[in-house]
Design a protein around this ligand. Sequence first.
Ligand SMILES: O=C[C@H](O)COP(=O)(O)O
Length: 250
Amino acid sequence: MRTPVIVGNWKMNMTPSEAKSLLEELVELDLDESVEKGVCVPAIDLLLASEILKDSDIKFGAQNMYFEESGAYTGEISPKMLNDIKADYVILGHSERREYFNEDDELINKKVLSALDHDIVPILCVGETLEEREANKQEEKVKEQLEKDLKGIEGKDITKVIIAYEPIWAIGTGKTASAEDADDMCAFIRNYIKEAFCEDCAGKIRIQYGGSMKPANVKELLAKENIDGGLIGGASLKANDFEQLINHKK
Ligand SMILES: O=C[C@H](O)COP(=O)(O)O
């Protein structure tokens, strides 16, 4: 039995004063305890999240990090810094990082290994473009990302990773993959984990769907066998939508 995990990705939204208000609203919500939940906030809001969420069961994390612990890497944040404020998650390999900041699989792999070394749960994003989907190459693309991004992970660690399947054409567009297509790709990912790691690992690893998930479609998506949660962009910016997403079973 896998615990569902729903995480908000605020992306580059929320000034510290806006973040403070939203975080204070979130801690007042009556949220389903059986769902693991969290928010990945901009770097400048991390300390606020750590302080405001510390007595709640809402976890928090970063949207990116560098793999080194410290040094001359202007503009970056490190796993050691995230450990110091007790961050739970770090999103890695988001398609926006891959596309706008030229992050490649080799770099993402170093970050995933570093997050695991520092006991931070990596939320690894994979997914295909519209062109790849139309050419029926979505499995080929996702398999290649998984092979490269998960390279060198030991069997004992693979189930600590959360994989987020995010078809790029569904991100922020209002277009959602059908629940069947999303489930098929999550099943494909699970099967990859079975072949590359072990059957037990495949049964335990959690796979999220991300891409225009919102209160109106969350039930249908999360009812699917292989979808264990969501990585939520736009709908995580409003306390009311976040509440409905977490409480989708109620
Ligand atoms: O990380 C979250 C995803 O990119 C989905 O974003 P979205 O819910 O705004 O489509």
